[in-house]
Design a binder for this molecule. Sequence first.
Ligand code: NAD
Length: 365
Amino acid sequence: MTLVKEEIEIQNVIFDRLTEYHYEQLVFCHDKNTGLRAIIAIHNTHLGPGLGGTRMYHYNNDQDAITDVLRLSRGMTYKAAISGLNLGGAKAVIIGDPYKHNSEGLMRRFGRFVETLGGRYITAEDVGTTTEDMEYIKMETDHVVGLPEMYGGGGDPSPMTAYGTYLGMKASALEAYGNESLSGKKILVEGIGKVGRHLVELLAKENAKIYVADINPKSIDYAVKEFGATHVELENVPSAEMDIYSPCALGATVNSDTIPQFKCDIIAGAANNQLKNDIEHSALLKERGILYAPDYLINAGGLINVYTELNGYNRGIAQSRTEKIFDVTCEIYKTATQESITTYAASQVIAEKRIHDIGQINLPY
Ligand code: NAD
């Protein structure tokens, strides 16, 4: 059969993209009855099965969904590797509005597709999916984590994410000030959601001077009333007088517009993809003498929490694994200084070395 020109172009586009960053597998899942249209991307399984959440989002087109799932799955490879986990990187997206198109049938059908991968991919909750969705998926496959405690899971991973972020921040203080104490430091937390709330609580216990910004006035009120935080208007965040900026809402808040305005010494937060452009903006931060704690390392507490479910959840084990974030953050800073590279580049180097050194070994999980 002869392929028409457009078909040949599509084929080349997809395989060129898989080749560029060494993706292993891209799986398209479709079910007419439930309306399921999902894509699972497995980036790398050298350290173990690919683990990453399932995002449900109303993408404008298939291309946007493919771009998102590829980018996110690659990020998971680095996050797992730098965190010392025996996991690879993978992610899934379901195309659709979670408020309109979700159903038990759709999630269970998706679960059956996950099952067909035989454990190469382990799914979890992400933006647009809920713990209840994971319960439906669990009815069809064991390759799902992030389950409620009554099902043997670790429950909400946000407190562990906040704890890891806090430790990454302390390691950054040690690097920048020669002392890990955050007492008296002016710390601006942007985004007082599931993670931000727990982070603010930890910072308050250490007598930091807390500043908060959020689009939701209720979140602001909570931090002001409970922890004596000071409210900063969102538009004043980049230029605010602060020692540490902690982005805990959306990504890309560290960019060409905001970096010249920052007066902080450290950026250490839980949001994913804080740098709008990883290479360009990590270099700009280095030039300005602002210490950047790589987001995918210091926000890995949530991943560590769900990873711990694989062998029977134990909060103490999850916590002690999360505590390693402090030492790894210090190691990144040491490498960055020794090699005269950005902290972002140093984290990539350390993650890639681990994949290279111990990858390909068939590790149990
Ligand atoms: P969340 O939705 O519970 O909280 C986000 C908060 O940010 C909310 O209070 C919201 O009002 C606020 N917000 C939204 N848009 C904003 C804007 N434009 N400006 C300022 N504030 C805004 O989310 P979360 O679970 O706390 O996660 C926060 C960030 O951390 C996200 O980037 C998420 O991807 C990342 N993260 C979370 C976890 C986790 O365990 N929850 C793990 C790793 C990474």
